[in-house]
Design a protein around this ligand. Structure first.
Ligand SMILES: [Zn+2]
Length: 240
C-alpha cells in the first residue's frame, strides 16, 4: 500500500511540473507481477487502480480499438488460444474492442513501449525469460507474469487528461502451468491483462487481482469485474 501511495505522488509531482504540450509526458507503471505461493487474505479491497489522477483511474480510451500482437518465439504450446480467450473475456468485461495485428518475434520488454504519445504501438504479449526481458529480470523464480503500461497525460488550464496508450506483458517461460482451469496460464493472462487495463492489485485473496494466484479461481471475480467496469466503455471516451 505504501508503494502505491508513493507511485501516485510521483505521478502527480511529474504532472504538476507542468507539461502543456500536445505530446504529453510518458509515465511507466512499475512492473507488476503475479506469483505462486501460499499467502492468503480473505478480506481486503476487492479492486484497486494502478494509478489515480485527480481521484480518477488512469485508463485507455475505451472508444478506440486496442491493437495487439503476439510473440510466437518461445511460446507455450496451445498458449495463443488462451491469450485469445482471455482477451475476449477482458473485451467483454470492459466493453473495449481488441484487434489482432499478427505475430512477432520481439521479446516483451520495456523497450517496446512508445516514448511519445504520437507513436502508435500495439500491446505485446508473449512468453520470455529473464535473460531476454527486463520485466522478468531480478524477479523471484515464482513469478509467472509481469505487465508494464505506458500512459500519457496532458495538462491544459489546470485540468489533466490522461490515457494508457500501450502495455507489454511478459509471461515466464520457465514456469509450468496448465493452459486452463485454476492456477493456469489462462488465469495468469487474465490477471496481466487486467493490469494492462489499469487495475492494481486487490488485497482480497478472493479476487484474481490478488498478487499471489489462489487455487480455485478459474476466472475474474466480482471485485475484478467491478474494477474493470470502472476502466471500461461505460465511463465514457477520452480524447487526449
Ligand atoms: Zn499483478
Amino acid at each position: 500500500m505504501m508503494r502505491r501511495i508513493a507511485l501516485v505522488l510521483a505521478a502527480l509531482a511529474l504532472l504538476s511540473a507542468g507539461s502543456t504540450t500536445a505530446a504529453g509526458q510518458r509515465h511507466l507503471s512499475d512492473p507488476d507481477a503475479v506469483t505462486t505461493g501460499s499467502t492468503s487474505s480473505a478480506t481486503g479491497s476487492s479492486y484497486t487502480f494502478e494509478t489515480l489522477l485527480q481521484g480518477r483511474p488512469v485508463r485507455w480510451d475505451p472508444c478506440t480499438a486496442i491493437h495487439w500482437r503476439y510473440r510466437t518465439t518461445g511460446q507455450v504450446v496451445g498458449g495463443f488460444t488462451q491469450v485469445v480467450k482471455a482477451i475476449a473475456r477482458i473485451s467483454k468485461a470492459t466493453g473495449t474492442t481488441w484487434v489482432y495485428d499478427g505475430a512477432v518475434s520481439t521479446a516483451p520488454t520495456s523497450g517496446w513501449l512508445p516514448k511519445t504519445s504520437a507513436t502508435r504501438q500495439p500491446v505485446l504479449i508473449g512468453w520470455t525469460t529473464a535473460a531476454h526481458s527486463d520485466l522478468l529480470r531480478g524477479q523471484s523464480p515464482g513469478v509467472l507474469g509481469v505487465t508494464r503500461t505506458a500512459w500519457f497525460g496532458v495538462t491544459r488550464s489546470g485540468t489533466t487528461t490522461a490515457a494508457i496508450r500501450d502495455a507489454v506483458i511478459a509471461l515466464n517461460q520457465a514456469a509450468h502451468l496448465p493452459l486452463s482451469g485454476a492456477v493456469s496460464w489462462y488465469t495468469v493472462i487474465l490477471h496481466e491483462l487486467s493490469h494492462a487495463m489499469g487495475l492494481g492489485h486487490a488485497s482480497s485473496a478472493k479476487q484474481l487481482m490478488y498478487p499471489v494466484i489462489q487455487p480455485g479461481l478459474r476466472d475474474l471475480q466480482a471485485g475484478d469485474l467491478a474494477g474493470l467496469s470502472r476502466v471500461g466503455r461505460g465511463e465514457g471516451c477520452i480524447q487526449l
